[in-house]
Design a protein around this ligand. Structure first.
Ligand SMILES: NC(=O)c1ccc[n+]([C@@H]2O[C@H](COP(=O)([O-])OP(=O)(O)OC[C@H]3O[C@@H](n4cnc5c(N)ncnc54)[C@H](OP(=O)(O)O)[C@@H]3O)[C@@H](O)[C@H]2O)c1
Length: 322
């Protein structure tokens, strides 16, 4: 947990773009993986990293969908490719990690799904948001650990969300077997789990690996496709004709990707680990009595919960692998 009096600050505003936060940074010779890099924030993360010279692999369920973007990047000298990965399917994650060759400098755990309206379980009985947003990324990071270690000073970035704040990880019933399913509770829990991963990753510090979590802010993307229209209208981001209209504080995808890119590649975060960033600054830890719209909940950065969750995920994966 951070000390709120010593939060890391940067010169970048909340609405700085991904390109701005790494302007002048040379990533030539660095290799990166961005999950969900074929759309939304992931695509803009890939664009910025590749423009800075990194060799970037987009990990996506639909590699063909990335082809036009890969060509666009190739035409300006960028090195980007796509590889198949379904985070909800441990066999797909294992195939991806087994196929990876050589060191990995940057892993951006960006892919995610939001607010599935009904309880959806994977074939292993895992709630789908937890399976995709957290357990799949856990398996991916652990599988890639040797490659991250071999890079010498690798960085892992977990794209979380402010939605984590109301949802501690429920160790007694993570897959909603005994409590009523709530789409937002499931999403929030998965995003708490992602932050706890970055705290648990302190066990990798001696390998030179750092891990930080980010909240990108509010951005209209495909992520909201499962959110009912009446909820979108109540949130003020859809008009009566069904057109999306961002609120003034919303960000563009280029701006929404900035905090991820900052954590992935800025020299300002060299050696920094287990922290939570939003709006391009480190955010304060909240203890429940604050009335503010930002910050990271204490339940998401608690080291004991982080270790307990690491054990939980390790055991869950071991069980399904037999
Ligand atoms: N937009 C916001 O306001 C906001 C706010 C807070 C946090 N976030 C977080 O930001 C991240 C990026 O979201 P976005 O807004 O850019 O939405 P998006 O465009 O829907 O991107 C999500 C990506 O996740 C990928 N994905 C979903 N399920 C997957 C699976 N099983 N295996 C592999 N990839 C999978 C999707 O790719 P395929 O479908 O092609 O596989 C898609 O590219 C998410 O983690 C989200 O929770 C977004």
């Amino acid at each position: 947990m951070n000390n709120n009096s010593e939060l890391l600050t940067t010169p970048f505003s909340s609405h700085a773009s991904a390109a701005e936060v790494i302007e002048g940074v040379d990533l030539a010779g660095r290799r990166a993986i961005v999950t969900g890099g074929a759309s939304g924030l992931g695509l803009e993360t890939v664009r910025a990293l590749a423009a800075a010279g990194a060799d970037v692999t987009i990990a996506t369920r639909r590699p063909a969908s990335a082809e036009p973007f890969i060509k666009e990047m190739s035409d300006i000298g960028g090195s980007v490719r796509a590889a198949a990965l379904d985070l909800a399917d441990p066999a797909s994650v294992d195939a991806f990690t087994r196929a990876w060759r050589g060191p990995l400098d940057i892993l951006v755990a960006n892919a995610g799904i939001l607010a599935l309206p009904n309880l959806t379980l994977t074939p292993y009985g895992w709630e789908a948001q937890l399976a995709t947003n957290y357990l799949g990324h856990f398996a991916l990071a652990v599988g890639l650990h040797p490659a991250l270690r071999d890079a010498g000073s690798a960085r892992v970035v977990v794209v979380s969300s402010g939605a984590h704040r109301g949802e501690p990880f429920d160790f007694d019933d993570p897959h909603f077997a005994r409590r009523p399913y709530d789409p937002w509770a499931a999403y929030g829990q998965s995003k708490t789990a992602g932050i706890l991963f970055t705290v648990g990753a302190r066990r990798w510090t001696s390998d030179g690996i750092t891990a930080n979590a980010v909240n990108p802010g509010y951005i209209l993307t495909r992520l909201q496709r499962h959110v009912p229209d009446d909820t979108m209208r109540a949130l003020g981001v859809m008009d009566d004709d069904g057109n999306l209209k961002p609120l003034p504080y919303y960000k563009t995808p280029e701006q929404g990707a900035a905090t991820s890119v900052l954590a992935a590649a800025s020299p300002l975060l060299k050696g920094v680990t287990g922290r939570y960033f939003e709006d391009n600054q480190e955010a304060p830890t909240l203890h429940g009595d604050e009335d503010r719209p930002d910050g990271v909940a204490a339940h998401a950065v608690d080291p004991d919960s982080a270790d307990r969750l690491w054990t939980y995920a390790t055991t869950a994966l071991r069980q399904i692998r037999g």
